[in-house]
Design a protein around this ligand. Structure first.
Ligand SMILES: Cc1ncc(C[n+]2csc(CCOP(=O)(O)OP(=O)(O)O)c2C)c(N)n1
Length: 473
């Protein structure tokens, strides 16, 4: 629970969590906890109702602050207060939405936009790098226009993966997860326009991506350092859409530079990301690369997808699930595992359309009980457990450091059986055919399904080969 609070806070999720606490001045009671300290450490806000007359305002305040601060606010009504009379009956309650219609879009300062436009106008090979702050329809429309105008490649951060994926110059996630051919294109870049992105060390591959580029960094927050501990050549503080629209105004409609928009780049991108490495696939398991590509092909693009983003097998999903999706969430915040299933349940309730959630077996065991909610709500929900019967990330790291990899083995329960016991349909897939027919059955049905996908431990993902085995792939 505390991990999830921190994850929600780092993900900047507006959320109100209702809780209580043991009676005041009784620290010997068995359930006593210094919870304000815990909540503070989890980087959330805390509101405690100490007077019943304040209860109604406290509720509104909690929602107001959650929306304005874009993080979880824990609202606590202590147990000894719950027996007291509250004068408010809720009839006159005004929700915080009546008082706060959301933040206005902040226009950037003109001198900064001009300085940015100067850099961009000189660029021959620009890359437009989009983060989560550039995922509104207005920002996406402006980014598309900007990339079109300047001949830019479109790359994203991990959490913004899939943004403008329909563009023929979309190259996927920037950094460690990028295909080799894409990294080679980045070597030629002379300008990166990062919008609504932190430009973390992951996004710039520890500083090795874009060796020759000037950075224009556009973000709503005051100046931020990038992952290489450098400030951008030009930092523009402003709303993503508004700043790109201003840039387009200054740059004008026409340009002579084609940048990356050539037949040769399209040819490179069409063949990018193939992994020719061969591995022995153990009996009763599948090659995760083939299975994930199959899943990507079979799922209709409007289906929503939630996936863990930190373990080993997630690298296959990030690199090989290429099609556009409805809602797409990669749970990477705080670098922790075990958050995808619960996140997907919330997202499935909030977002229209079927939900697909993909995570590893180690992660699945941290929150498998959430399947109860999935079954109870009768959601059209596919939970794919990518099962290598190990903490795969640890397995490969132990091998890379020539330590005993068996320490990472986790004997797997029967996830399909667990799914059935929770009230979902359950299938085990040990071959691609079994996986394919399980997905077909899910697509035809209307309820939830768990697929226990047994994958080979021998296949090492490209990011892990790069990062832990020092391979130039
Ligand atoms: C909450 C939490 N516990 C432990 C870790 C360390 N850790 C990172 S990846 C990983 C293995 C995850 O195994 P699994 O979910 O089966 O995915 P795989 O790596 O096999 O694809 C572990 C234990 C972590 N990041 N977060």
């Amino acid at each position: 629970m505390t991990t999830s609070l921190l994850v929600a806070s780092r993900s900047r999720t507006p959320l109100v969590v209702y809780t209580s606490k043991t009676p005041a001045n009784n620290e010997t009671t068995v359930q006593y906890l210094n919870q304000d300290k815990l909540i503070e450490a989890a980087e959330c806000g805390y509101i405690e109702i100490q007077n019943p007359a304040y209860a109604e305002d406290a509720v509104r305040d909690a929602f107001y602050r959650a929306r304005r601060e874009s993080r979880p606010i824990v609202l606590c009504c202590p147990i000894d207060l719950q027996n007291k009379e509250c004068d408010a009956d809720g009839d006159d309650y005004q929700p915080s939405t009546a008082m706060f219609s959301g933040q206005q879009s902040i226009r950037p300062a003109l001198d900064r936009v001009r300085a940015a436009a100067d850099i961009i106008a000189k660029a021959k090979k620009p890359v437009v790098l989009l983060g989560r702050g550039a995922m509104t329809p207005e920002a996406m429309a402006a980014a598309k226009q900007l990339a079109q105008r300047i001949g830019g490649l479109i790359a994203t951060t991990l959490v913004a993966k899939g943004t403008l994926a329909d563009s023929e110059y979309y190259v996927g996630v920037s950094g460690l997860f990028a295909a080799r051919e894409v990294l080679q294109l980045f070597d030629e870049a002379d300008c990166v326009i990062a919008v609504g992105a932190r430009v973390s060390t992951h996004t710039i591959a520890g500083g090795s991506a874009y060796p020759n580029a000037s950075f224009v960094h556009i973000d709503i927050e005051p100046h931020k350092m990038m992952g290489n501990a450098q400030g951008a050549h030009c930092y523009v503080q402003g709303d993503a859409a508004a700043s790109m629209q201003e840039l387009l105004e200054i740059l004008g409609k026409e340009g002579t530079n084609r940048g990356y928009h050539t037949a040769e780049v399209r040819r490179i991108l069409a063949g990018a990301g193939r992994d020719p490495a061969e591995y022995e696939i153990e009996e009763g398991t599948v090659d995760p690369r083939e299975a994930i590509s199959l899943l990507d092909e079979k799922l209709p693009p409007e289906f929503n997808l939630v996936s863990s983003g930190n373990a080993h097998a997630c690298s296959f999903r990030v690199m090989l699930m290429k099609r556009r999706r409805g809602l797409q969430i990669f749970c990477t915040a705080f670098g922790c595992i075990g958050q995808a299933l619960s996140t997907a349940v919330g997202a499935a309730v909030g977002a229209p359309g079927p939900m697909v959630c993909v995570e590893g077996d180690g992660s699945a065991l941290q929150s498998i009980q959430e399947l109860d909610t999935v079954a109870r709500l009768g959601l059209k929900f596919l939970y794919v457990v990518v099962n290598d019967e190990a903490y795969g990330a640890e397995f490969h790291k132990l091998r890379a450091h020539e330590r005993d990899p068996q320490l990472s083995f986790v004997r797997s329960p029967d996830f399909a059986g667990l799914g059935r016991n929770f009230g979902c349909e359950g299938r085990t897939a040990r071959t691609l055919d079994e996986f394919s027919s399980a997905i077909d059955a899910f697509l035809k049905g209307s309820g939830p399904m768990v697929i226990d996908l047994r994958i080979s431990r021998n296949v090492i993902s490209i990011p892990y080969r790069r990062l832990h085995f020092g391979m130039d792939v």
